[in-house]
Design a protein around this ligand. Sequence first.
Ligand code: KIV
Length: 281
Amino acid sequence: MKRKGERITMVTAYDATFARLFDDAGIDVLLVGDSLGMVVQGHTSTLPVTVDEVVYHCRAVARGTRRAHIVGDMPFLSWQLSPEEALRNAGRFLSEGGAQSVKLEGGVHAAPTIERIVHAGIPVMAHVGLTPQSVHAMGGFRVQGKTEHAAERVLADAKAVANAGAYSLVLEGIPTDLAKRITEEVSIPTIGIGAGPHCDGQVLVCYDLLGLTPDLKPKFVKRYAEFFEQGVEAARRYRDEVRAGTFPSAEYSFGNVRKVEAPNSGLTLLQGTKAAYGPQG
Ligand code: KIV
């Protein structure tokens, strides 16, 4: 797609229903991101997320996906301790989670580990710039590469992971011109988030895209829907109708029990009205 100049679309997903929604919409890549720690689990960072948890969510996403490529995100300390442990963990996203590749946050220092995982036949998407697992080392969720010296470091990270065999690269929270330069200087596709329009693709956290995060509105997020507001409004109407006794009306009820004479037995059976419960019966 990079060679053909086609922009790549990536969105995070954490369950089968959202996976189905984005798959049906034609999104190219579903990232089971460790951002689930914040938007699903309610933590203030991604640091508490475990491999078991991401693998669990990968399985759910895989069940809802027919077409999109699925990436499992390697959480904090799942790859840093040794290349062997990194490889073992990376393998779990494919063998247990149903993902087709893994993502890990890291640049120059992650390159040998990326090489090890790639040589074992597991495609790796790298992630440089603002890397949320290093939130404390960065002094918060801050744009990276803002000075010439810092920009050179991010560029060196990008080149190192590309040379190590990463098939793609997330650029997060960096200036637009730096993202453009990296996109031009590495042969692998760059996927931006808070990195401007010149990347080969874009990624958004699905809860941001759908407007499910009412308290958070970073500059780089565009909301394409307002699901939170619509959800609150729907839940209020449901509450009001239940309280008023107008839900469920006859339309949403299964009618009354009918009396049926059992042949030759003299017994009277009570038979419920037949009604469709859907495929689950
Ligand atoms: O975990 C995540 O959702 C991510 C994206 C923001 C790229 O890493």
